[in-house]
Design a protein around this ligand. Structure first.
Ligand code: SD4
Length: 325
């Protein structure tokens, strides 16, 4: 986490506006319809978003699509064994099995997801295949694996020695208690606006560390871990998935933007809704990031310590998410 601090931290209000304008038939449009859009732009959760955004930017800066950008972007932490909460090298469940969740959504509200998928390093690319090559939205477990193998993905062991060691250490006490802002809640959720003004998003995770075998969080659930509405904006979530699913968090954030709220306000209102409905948020962390059609972005979380990465024409930066508590 310490290298997060090495990056420039700026307020989300510092988003600049470049390029052409948009018009929308909703409160959001009323407020921002004539503003000039900041595009392309990509944002993603946590400091592993910095290299992920750089990969996405490779696509966006060549006028590539937001969809291609978010897939390319999140594949970076998926393949990195040092990112212990996404893809290869992710913490296993209580049985020592690495089970992955991911989803992707495009400008036309097409979406695809996989959950409880084992042995495949890039669940986001399988999710995209579900979206593009099947009539379904979500495949899980054995079925998702079978589908991935049919599509040519390679079966691999995703449990690295480091994660196995930590699991064995955990086994000694076998306590499952969600802990705030340590490496067991570091999903990558990524949102992009491309140079054609189109939005897409991707979300991928190994889920809560040492979770029950078979547990699925918010990250592969469209509306919870990720939501994109190309008329308005996009949002994605990180933190304790159960709390996000209960509020259908990312969909809520997008609807709050539709009502005219800025991305940061929409994230804050969604966080406040979660806090209101939970009895005790002492050990509960949830963070949202959001990007609207004008390229404005923001984030908000329950407890301090959540940050998100942004890349646009002005360069890359890491922003401290504002927090309620
Ligand atoms: C989950 N939301 O499985 C995921 C974990 C997470 O940052 O966000 N980590 O509940």
């Amino acid at each position: 986490m310490s290298n997060r601090r090495k990056f420039i931290k700026l307020s989300a209000l510092g988003a600049t506006f470049l390029g052409s304008g948009f018009h929308f038939e909703n409160a959001f449009a009323g407020k921002l319809g004539k503003a000039k859009a900041n595009m392309p732009v990509v944002i993603s959760t946590w400091n592993h978003g910095i290299p992920a955004n750089a990969a996405a930017w490779e696509v966006l800066s060549k006028r590539g699509s937001a969809l291609d950008a978010v897939e390319a972007g999140v594949r970076v932490p998926e393949a990195d064994p040092n990112v212990r909460t996404v893809g290869y090298g992710g913490y296993p469940d209580r049985e020592g099995k690495v089970t992955l969740d991911a989803c992707i959504m495009d400008k036309d509200s097409n979406c695809g997801a996989v959950a409880f998928l084992q042995h495949i390093k890039h669940p986001i690319s399988v999710a995209r295949k579900v979206m593009e090559d099947t009539p379904h939205v979500m495949l899980v477990g054995e079925g998702a694996l079978q589908f991935a193998l049919e599509k040519g993905f390679e079966k691999e062991n995703l449990l690295t020695p480091a994660s196995e060691k930590d699991w064995k250490k955990w086994l000694k006490e076998s306590k499952y208690k969600p802990v705030i802002n340590i490496e067991n809640h570091d999903t990558i959720g990524m949102l992009a606006l491309d140079s054609n003004g189109n939005l897409a998003g991707a979300c991928t995770t190994s889920g809560a560390a040492f979770k029950m075998h078979g547990r699925v969080g918010d990250s592969p659930i469209i509306g919870a871990g990720l939501f994109v509405d190309n008329e308005v904006g996009a949002a994605t979530a990180t933190g304790l998935g159960e709390a996000v699913v209960r509020m259908v968090g990312s969909h809520l954030v997008v609807e709050l933007m539709r009502q005219g709220n800025s991305p940061e306000d929409a994230c804050r209102l969604a966080v406040e809704r979660i806090i209101k409905k939970q009895k005790d948020v002492k050990d509960l962390q949830v963070g949202f990031i959001a990007l609207n059609k004008n390229g404005e972005y923001g984030g908000y979380c329950i407890h301090k310590g959540f940050d998100y990465a942004v890349q646009d024409k002005s360069g890359g930066k890491l922003i401290d998410g504002k927090s309620k508590l």
